[in-house]
Design a protein around this ligand. Structure first.
Ligand code: COA
Ligand code: AMP
Length: 637
């Protein structure tokens, strides 16, 4: 099939408003928009002002006419040995019961609800129930610790928290409730109530007067046949706030609106992912990340697909064939995960032998995102699966792909290491620090011309100013992606690294600045630097170099152990911070700036680029020796 990509991209370029107005035809609106795009509203303009809609209606209710008995949600949990399936009709009943419980606790339009949940169906029901009521959900990933949860509670100021007694990791049962209790203790804002899903693996103690048993309440509401109508909201009203790592360590509340978000997700399901309504989409991520929001929950349901919610890991639950089992059992047409999952599978089953156990004949495309997809992994996946592998690039902020190889429009030739080309909606440019376009092949800042398309963040929660200063001020007229890369002569994008302190660990976005904050708060630490070092499985892992205060005479190994524990306790296990190394001093410029990039190059076994402004180059061999002592400073295979 000849790709229609150029034709479609040019149609968008010719008339962006007509393009998105046509795409909006795929959505049910209560009242139409007064303008497709109002350039004067909001920080850089707003999409579909004047329109009213409800996301839950579009994701659930409206499919009852055409596909009432079709599976909407499949839950597959090898870690608990359970599974379940809900048709669109059954999903509506669950969501109405959940919405009734939230409404009974006073949740109304515009209220925030924090969801701190493992990968259970109730997480999806709760997200949709919030949408139904016009409330704003904020899902916090379960691998974050109490302090991170507390920061999010303080920023979102939720009326309610919905959580569970525990999450299940292959190695342990993670008690969520003590983390939640501690977070509420730490937070200045106190939610009115916490609704706790008691899981059989570990019961939580409920705090009297504040906590309630979610399961019991939902069962009662369901048995009573409670019906809760969809609340019409403005297309520009927020659907959710999702916090993501920011450069200062204070997470940024990415706001997603209702209308534009539905339009672009629905459009992407067919144009980018190449799926028809009724087909099965399996996104192996977590509802705590943007990939989970967009392509476990909203995208597939808005499109009338069946979505798979997987509580497990690509390996070890029970083996490297788990993904293939799911694809075969449920007739999955497309799988979306992070490259790190495939590196994990490749390590366990290098020949892909497990695939032979399953019938994957209905499987068409593998999508990878969340971190750079290394060519080795992409080619390996192509070889073992025999289907196209699409690397695509996006961010929490955009909510849907900026660049992809659009399966639904017809695939373009693949260039390994490139997520292919900009999608309609995105005018991507590579510019120098002064904002001037650079020649093809030149590595520099990647920016997107304003306005951003529908579905991208209109602002940060309660902080227009931080949105402007963090994303819009450096390159006037453009959105700064904070990714560096280049475009080649054919317009293919190559995304190489971040320009800020963010690192990407197993597809999880983390701020080294916030880890430095934890390390420097230790009483023995004088100064520190956290860098992301290359890792064959996780892409990057953090490594902290610390200089101790003079006079500290405790064994360095003890202090290093405490530092590792502190990051785990204060940020969470997801940070995967396992390496603290004591050094005598850190390399700096004459003005005192720590040379983190130079340390990273040393750690990765690359020839370090040493700036002329280095204060004392003699420190570099010292650092290299310290890194070597921990198995670093050599190239990663
Ligand atoms: N709740 C509590 N703890 C969690 C958690 C959760 N939801 N998710 C992860 N953790 C913990 C893990 O148990 C682990 O703890 P440990 O240090 O005690 O072992 C730690 O956080 C790091 O987790 P993770 O990065 O997932 O590493 P892993 O070694 O458990 O698994 C992979 C490695 C590659 C298999 C795993 O990262 C993976 O499946 N990645 C898929 C990519 C993905 O989902 N990306 C999201 C964006 S698309
Ligand atoms: P997140 O907001 O967690 O989705 O992380 C977004 C960041 O992950 C981007 O800014 C990139 O740095 C990185 N990223 C995501 N997808 C890709 C990709 N396909 N190639 C390279 N980097 C990616």
């Amino acid at each position: 099939m000849v790709s229609r990509y150029r034709e479609v991209y040019e149609a968008w370029q010719r008339d962006p408003q007509a393009f998105w107005a046509a795409a909006a035809g795929g959505i049910d609106w209560y009242t139409p928009w007064t303008q497709v795009f109002d350039a004067k509203a909001g920080v850089y303009g707003r999409w579909f002002p004047g329109a009213t809609c409800n996301v839950c209606h579009n994701a659930v209710d409206r499919h009852l006419e055409t596909r009432p008995g079709q599976a909407a949600l499949i839950y597959d949990s090898p870690v608990t040995g359970s599974r379940g399936e809900w048709s669109y009709t059954e999903l509506l009943a669950e969501v109405q019961a959940m919405a009734a419980v939230l409404a009974d606790h006073g949740v109304t339009k515009g209220d925030r609800v924090v969801l701190y949940m493992p990968m259970v169906p109730e997480a999806v029901f709760a997200m949709l129930a919030c949408a139904r009521l016009g409330a704003v959900h904020s899902v916090v990933f379960g691998g974050f610790a109490a302090a991170e949860l507390a920061t999010r509670i303080d920023d979102a100021r939720p009326k309610l928290v919905v959580s569970a007694s525990c999450g299940i990791e292959p190695s342990r049962v993670v008690a969520y409730k003590p983390l939640l209790d501690h977070a509420i203790e730490l937070a200045r804002h106190k939610p009115d109530a916490c609704l706790i899903l008691q899981r059989p693996q570990l019961a939580a103690t409920l705090v009297e007067g504040r906590d309630a048993d979610l399961g019991a309440l939902v069962t009662a509401a369901r048995d009573a046949g409670r019906e809760v109508p969809c609340v019409p909201v403005a297309a520009t009203d927020p659907l959710y706030v999702l916090y993501t790592s920011g450069t200062t360590g204070q997470p940024k509340g990415v706001v997603r609106d209702c209308g534009g978000h539905m339009v672009t997700l629905k459009w992407s399901m067919s144009a980018i992912y190449g799926l028809e309504p009724g087909e099965v989409f399996f996104t192996a991520s977590d509802v705590g990340w943007v990939v989970g929001h967009s392509y476990i929950v909203y995208g597939p349901l808005l499109h009338g697909c069946t979505t798979v919610l997987f509580e497990g890991k690509p390996v070890g639950t029970p083996d490297a064939g788990t993904f293939w089992r799911i694809v075969a059992e449920y007739g999955v047409a497309a799988l979306f995960t992070a490259p790190t999952a495939f590196r994990a599978i490749k390590k366990e089953d290098p020949e892909g032998k497990k695939i032979g156990d399953y019938d994957l004949s209905g499987f068409r495309t593998l999508f990878l995102a969340g971190e750079r997809a290394d060519p080795d992994t992409v080619q390996w996946a192509e070889r073992i699966l025999g289907v196209p592998v699409v690397d695509h690039w996006w961010q929490t902020e955009t909510g849907w792909p900026i660049a992809a190889n659009p399966a639904g429009l017809g695939l373009l030739p693949v260039k390994y290491g490139s997520p292919t080309v900009a999608m309609p909606g995105y005018a991507v440019e590579v510019v120098d620090d002064g904002g001037h376009p650079v020649a093809p092949g030149t590595l520099s800042n990647i920016v997107i011309k304003l306005p951003l398309p529908p579905g991208c963040l209109p602002t940060l929660w309660g902080d227009d100013e931080r949105f402007r200063s963090g994303y819009l001020d450096d390159f006037p007229g453009f959105y700064k992606t904070s990714d560096a890369g280049y475009v080649d002569e054919d317009g293919y994008l190559f995304i190489m690294s971040r320009t800020d302190d963010i690192i990407n660990v197993a597809g999880h976005r983390l701020s080294t600045g916030s880890m430095e904050g934890v390390l420097s708060a230790h009483p023995a630490v004088a100064e520190c630097a956290v860098i992301g070092v290359a890792d064959a499985l996780k892409g990057q892992v953090p490594c902290g170099l610390v200089v101790l205060k003079s006079g500290v005479d405790r064994p360095t190994a003890d202090i290093e152990r405490e530092l590792v524990e502190r990051v785990r306790e204060q940020i969470g296990p997801v940070a995967a911070f396992k390496l603290a190394i004591t050094v005598e001093r850190l390399p700096k410029t004459r003005s005192g700036k720590i040379l983190r990039a130079t340390i990273r190059q040393l750690a990765d076994g690359e020839p370090p680029r040493v700036p002329a402004t280095i204060d004392d180059a003699a420190v570099l061999p010292e650092i290299e020796t310290a890194l070597r002592g921990r198995g670093l400073a050599k190239p990663v295979p």
